[in-house]
Every structure is written in structure tokens, then in C-alpha cells.
Design a binder for this molecule. Structure first.
Ligand SMILES: Nc1ncnc2c1ncn2[C@@H]1O[C@H](COP(=O)(O)OP(=O)(O)OP(=O)(O)O)[C@@H](O)[C@H]1O
Length: 351
């Protein structure tokens, strides 16, 4: 894959925000779309913003990509201020928004060339760059078809190629896999991983798919109601919660005898017994289950069945917010687009 513009991996942050805020007024009510976001993303990181509908992910991305101005706070991207140095920010980034309007009559390759030209590449270079991307992103089948005739998955791959035309150092992808079937979603995730691994670019993507954040990102920034509520690797976020282990024995007596040994598995164990069934909740218990089973076997207390359930990012979200991400996705966001909606200026007056 073609490397992006070389950049040194210094400790300078690719993205830095301080109190980044976006407020809207909608039907007379103030909506805190983004509410004082403090964030630092290092160069070369692959970060997912995970949060339910209306959490403020898109609004954050739109501020970072200079599409909308913050109401308050500040942000730099590639070292440039998103308000005072918009042009430099735009030159350093690629942005793939949610669903670029369909209906283009251009061929895929021509669309890439036009994009290159729009970013200031000369004719020859724009053609070369289009061909590099077509080869790199397996777009050969797409290159000679009209954009309007492409499938959702093909269109998203072309969108990503469009975001990469000018070799950006930082790539923003807003819900890249929304609306794709599982197969295309998996393909797209593979593409993003490959792109990141081979070019070393910083990639920031938003998603409300738990599995996607879990599988893809090195770091997950969980956003809810415009605020960062958790920020770590997926495994550390989940590791803070307990594993559930359910052991079923032949009878209640066997379960009672096994209980003292079972209670030693994992950290901060909570054990309950329900007849022949023991339920354990303990951090890191999954790694101790094999040894536990061997010991119980030695004591002639072999369990008849064992079920281990590891926490998901949804459990993390539930623990912090008291509601599950899936439920939160079904909530109506507290603001709407459309008539009656205004941006709120710095002093809180509707613009
Ligand atoms: N132009 C606008 N006017 C008024 N409110 C807005 C506007 N844009 C966004 N909002 C509100 O700001 C909040 C955050 O929206 P945003 O689109 O950033 O969320 P999101 O996390 O990207 O959600 P989704 O996953 O559904 O795209 C929501 O309550 C939304 O209704």
C-alpha cells in the first residue's frame, strides 16, 4: 500500500482538544451536543469513538475537520488550530462522512481523479494517484462503473479512497460501516486495519457497533451525551469488570463442597449458590477456570457444565451510565435537526 506523506512519530499529538464544546438551540431548548471534550490522540493511533445515537460523535468529527466551528474550547489537528488554521487542517486530513450522496454519474476512477484535482494535484499526478488507490483498495471492479450503480460496500470503499487521495496524515471516518451487511462490514474493517498498519496514519472513526470498536481500535473513547465517559484499550476497559462463570454440579451438596475453591478464582469474587448451580462474578476469572476444573476433578467434584461469559463493551457502558448501549441507541436524542434549530453562539445567543 502506498505510504502517506512521511511524518515522524514524535510525541506531538495528532489531535488535541481542550474543553471542546458545541451547543445548539433546538425549539428553544439548548442541546449540549459536545460538552467540554478533553482529548489527545497520538500520531499513528487507531481510535474509535463509540457511543449511542446522538452522543456527539459526528459533531466532534465535524468540528475537528473544520466543517463547523466550536461554540467554546479549542482543538488542534496535526498541530493546526481548527478555527484559525482551517486550510492547514484540511490539507492534513481526509474525511469520509456518513453516506456521500448517491446518484453520481461519474465513473469511480473519474471521481477519484476529480477529487485529486480538487485537492490541487496536477492532471498527471491525479491520474497516477487514482490508479494507486484503485490497486491498493481493490477497486478495479469499481473503477469503470458509474458511482450511482455501486453497492453500499463498494461505495464505502470508494469513499475511503476519496478520503485518501491527497495522502492525509490523519483520516477521519464517520460511521464507515453503518448500513453495510456483516460481510461488507468485515471487509471494510479489514481495509481500515490494513491501511492503518501499512501507512502509519492516524485513524479516528466513529461507530455505534460495539463489536467494531472492540475488534478494530487500539483505543476506544466512549462518548455519551457529549462527554468522554471512558478512554482506554477495549481489553482494559472490559478487564475492569468481572467475568461470569456458571458451574452446574450433580447436586446441591457437591456445589456446596465446591464453593470454597470456586470462590478463590479471579479477583473480587462474588459467589452465589442456587441448588446445584454456582454463579461466580470475578475479575479475570476466565484465566483460572482450567485450573479450577482440574482441582475440582481431583476433589471428585467435577462440574457437569461450565459457562464463562466475558464482559463486553456494552457492559462497560452499562456500568458507567446505568443503561446499555443498545438501549441508549433506541432513545430519542434530546435535539433534532431541521426547522427551529439554531447554532448557539459563544455567549449563548441563537445565531
Ligand atoms: N444541527 C443541529 N441542530 C441541533 N441539534 C443538533 C444538530 N446536530 C446535532 N444535534 C444534536 O446534537 C446531539 C449530538 O448529535 P451527533 O450527530 O453528534 O451524535 P452522534 O453521536 O454522531 O449520533 P449518531 O450515531 O446517531 O450519528 C444530538 O442530540 C443531536 O440531535
Amino acid at each position: 500500500m502506498t505510504p502517506t506523506t512521511p511524518h515522524s512519530r514524535t510525541d506531538r499529538a495528532a489531535i488535541r482538544t481542550r474543553g471542546l464544546t458545541k451547543r445548539y438551540t433546538s425549539h428553544g431548548a439548548v442541546v449540549h451536543a459536545v460538552d467540554g471534550l478533553d482529548l489527545e490522540v497520538g500520531q499513528g493511533e487507531l481510535v474509535a469513538f463509540l457511543g449511542p445515537n446522538g452522543a456527539g460523535k459526528t459533531t466532534t468529527l465535524r468540528m475537528l475537520t473544520t466543517l463547523i466551528p466550536p461554540t467554546a474550547g479549542s482543538a488542534t489537528v496535526a498541530g493546526f488550530d481548527v478555527v484559525a488554521e482551517q486550510r492547514q487542517v484540511r490539507r492534513s486530513i481526509g474525511y469520509v462522512g456518513q453516506g456521500n450522496g448517491a446518484g453520481h454519474q461519474q465513473l469511480g476512477r473519474d471521481e477519484l481523479i476529480s477529487q485529486g484535482r480538487a485537492y490541487g494535484l496536477g492532471r498527471r499526478r491525479a491520474h497516477e494517484r487514482a490508479d494507486e488507490l484503485i490497486a491498493d483498495l481493490d477497486l478495479t471492479a469499481v473503477a469503470r462503473r458509474k458511482v450511482s450503480s455501486l453497492s453500499g460496500g463498494q461505495r464505502r470503499r470508494l469513499d475511503i479512497a476519496m478520503g485518501l487521495v491527497h495522502l492525509p496524515r490523519i483520516l477521519f471516518l464517520d460511521e464507515p460501516s453503518t448500513g453495510l451487511d456483516p460481510q461488507n462490514r468485515a471487509n471494510l474493517q479489514g481495509l481500515v486495519e490494513r491501511l492503518h498498519a501499512e501507512t502509519g496514519s492516524t485513524v479516528v472513526l466513529t461507530t455505534h457497533y460495539l463489536e467494531e470498536a472492540d475488534a478494530l481500535a487500539e483505543r476506544v473513547v466512549v462518548i455519551d451525551r457529549g462527554r468522554v465517559i471512558a478512554d482506554d484499550t477495549a481489553s482494559r476497559l472490559k478487564g475492569g469488570l468481572g467475568d461470569h462463570v456458571v458451574l452446574t454440579f450433580t447436586d446441591a451438596d457437591a456445589a456446596t463442597q465446591a464453593a470454597p475453591r470456586v470462590a478463590t478464582a479471579g479477583e473480587d469474587a462474588e459467589l452465589t449458590q442456587d441448588g446445584a448451580v454456582l454463579r461466580l462474578l470475578a475479575r479475570g476469572a476466565h484465566t483460572e477456570v482450567p485450573g479450577l476444573l482440574v482441582d475440582l476433578d481431583r476433589q471428585r467434584l467435577a462440574a457437569r457444565s461450565v459457562e464463562v461469559t466475558r464482559p463486553t463493551l456494552d457492559d462497560v457502558f452499562l456500568q458507567i451510565t446505568g443503561r446499555s448501549l443498545r438501549e441508549a441507541n433506541e432513545e430519542t436524542p434530546d435535539g433534532t435537526d431541521g426547522p427551529g434549530t439554531h447554532e448557539t453562539t459563544k455567549d449563548g445567543v441563537a445565531a
